[in-house]
Design a protein around this ligand. Structure first.
Ligand SMILES: Nc1nc2c(ncn2[C@@H]2O[C@H](COP(=O)(O)OP(=O)(O)OP(=O)(O)O)[C@@H](O)[C@H]2O)c(=O)[nH]1
Ligand SMILES: [Mg+2]
Length: 450
């Protein structure tokens, strides 16, 4: 008999209600012995007294019973809603352990659901994504994954590969009749189409990373241009120290703000220039580390003076490698309107962080850039996690090998093997091929009770 597992499914602490989940054969006995509920009707709520094995009433609770095959996990299950006092949940959990249950491992309920075929792996992963979603867009996409949309997409790609293989293998059975040039071109076209679909999924994996955490916006530029002043103006608080002397900021400072639907971590950094003082150099080194982690830059310049070109080369390269918004600050004092001479030049805006003009426009521009980065409102359809990213890359590798080797006129049989390999990668994505270690890692990231 498999273990009956239990866990608190709601956060620990005081709350109106708390839910304890029970999954496994002992659910029946617990309903009967602890809750005096013999043969409860599945999915009906019963208001009962929960009694410990010692006969003590622990709480008045509502229980819901689920039959085998018709529960979240696929096992016989029981949900106990009690009052949200940690003393009560602890006493009930202790009693359940007394009665032969054990505490579930992280993600074990969802793992049971997967092993019992209630959901596939992308759906199981979407449960964690739904719980962790940081904004509405991530939530909507995670919910689509739970409905099986990502799995459907992967299955349809897999079916396309299988159909292709069938047509190639028809030729293998008649070796004298190798693929004709026209047939080969037709096959190549289809493979290229599949490659495009997988590349689109890969693009979504980059967006997924931005949707599932705060977006890091790093303020950078020469000393004394007003980075900290802008940081404070956007934060709406005097968090960073501001001074008319250069080199005021030595450490970096973070503050979370919300723009539109997105949570952003603003990072103020030390002014960057070719410094000689040791402590300042350390600050600049730290700025470089922060710049490496950035999703996008606010490159602040002083618009009231001609722009000196002393930004170290490392920084100029970084600024060109990521989305950058050029902030011409101190525009209340003058407007030189400098722009870098590389292509495409970053979008620029004139503002005054102390006079506080241009800030709303800046937020609007920032939001536009973020929307573009996250693919909001576009063809973004799925959340594609890191596990999928690796497997999609493997799959693409196999398909590209198919394309190059079939050009080299290697036998059909050999090139068809690459398609089999590509299908295997999709099997792993969907969860048709798994191993214990992989499941341990995947579900180990879930919270207990999920
Ligand atoms: N007139 C005017 N002065 C500003 C503006 N923004 C900042 N300042 C002034 O410029 C000086 C430097 O501002 P900070 O915000 O400390 O500049 P910083 O870029 O953080 O400087 P470091 O930390 O030294 O790199 C201060 O005296 C600010 O009051 C602005 O928009 N207009
Ligand atoms: Mg500063």
């Amino acid at each position: 008999m498999i273990d009956t597992i239990i866990a608190l499914a709601t956060p620990a602490g005081e709350s109106a209600l708390a839910v304890i989940r029970v999954s496994g054969q002992l659910s029946n006995i617990i309903a009967k012995k602890a809750c005096n509920c013999t043969k409860p009707k599945p999915r009906n709520a019963y208001l009962v007294n929960y009694r410990s094995a010692d006969g003590e009433t622990l709480d008045q609770v509502v229980i819901t019973f689920f039959n085998k095959g018709n529960s979240y996990t696929g096992e016989v299950s029981l949900e106990i809603s009690c009052h949200g006092n940690p003393l009560i949940t602890e006493m009930i959990c202790k009693d359940l352990i007394n009665r032969g249950c054990r505490i579930a491992h992280p993600g074990e309920f969802t793992r049971q659901a997967f092993l019992n075929g209630k959901i596939d792996l992308p759906q199981a992963e979407s449960v964690a994504q739904i719980i962790a979603a940081k904004n509405e867009q991530a939530l909507t996409l995670a919910q689509r994954n739970l409905k099986g949309k990502l799995s459907d997409k992967l299955l349809s790609i897999q079916q396309d590969i299988l159909n292709l293989q069938a047509s190639i293998e028809a030729h293998i059975d008649f070796p004298e009749d190798d693929l004709h040039e026209n047939d080969q071109e037709r096959v190549h076209q289809k493979v290229r189409k599949i490659v495009q679909e997988l590349e689109a999924l890969l693009l979504q994996s980059t967006r997924t990373k931005l949707l599932t955490r705060n977006i890091r916006v790093v303020l950078t530029g020469l000393p004394n241009v007003g980075k900290s002043s802008l940081f404070n103006a956007l934060a709406g608080k005097n968090r960073a120290l501001i001074h008319s002397e250069s080199g005021t900021t030595r450490d970096y400072l973070e503050f979370d703000i919300k723009i539109g639907k997105f949570w952003i971590t603003l990072v103020d950094t030390a002014g960057v220039h070719n410094a000689s003082e040791e402590i300042e150099l350390a600050g600049i080194e730290m700025s470089l580390e922060q710049a490496n982690e950035a999703d996008l830059f606010l490159w602040v310049i002083d618009n009231s003076v001609p722009h000196p070109t002393e930004l170290p080369e490392k920084f100029t390269k970084l600024l060109q490698s990521k989305p950058t918004l050029l902030i011409r600050n101190k525009s209340d004092l003058g407007k030189n309107n400098w722009a870098p001479n590389y292509n495409p030049s970053p979008k620029a805006i004139n503002i005054s962080s102390t006079g506080k003009y241009g800030l709303r426009e800046l937020e609007t521009l920032l939001l536009e850039i973020i929307q573009k980065l996250t693919g909001e409102g576009s063809e973004n359809e799925y959340l594609v996690g890191v596990r999928h990213e690796v497997l999609i890359k493997n799959c693409l590798d196999k398909l590209n090998r198919f394309l190059t080797e079939s050009n080299n006129e290697v036998g059909d049989e050999i090139i068809s093997m690459h398609l089999t390999e590509a299908r295997k990668e999709l099997d792993i994505m969907i969860g048709r091929k798994t191993n214990e270690d992989m499941l341990d890692i995947l579900f180990g990231e879930f919270c207990i009770g999920k």
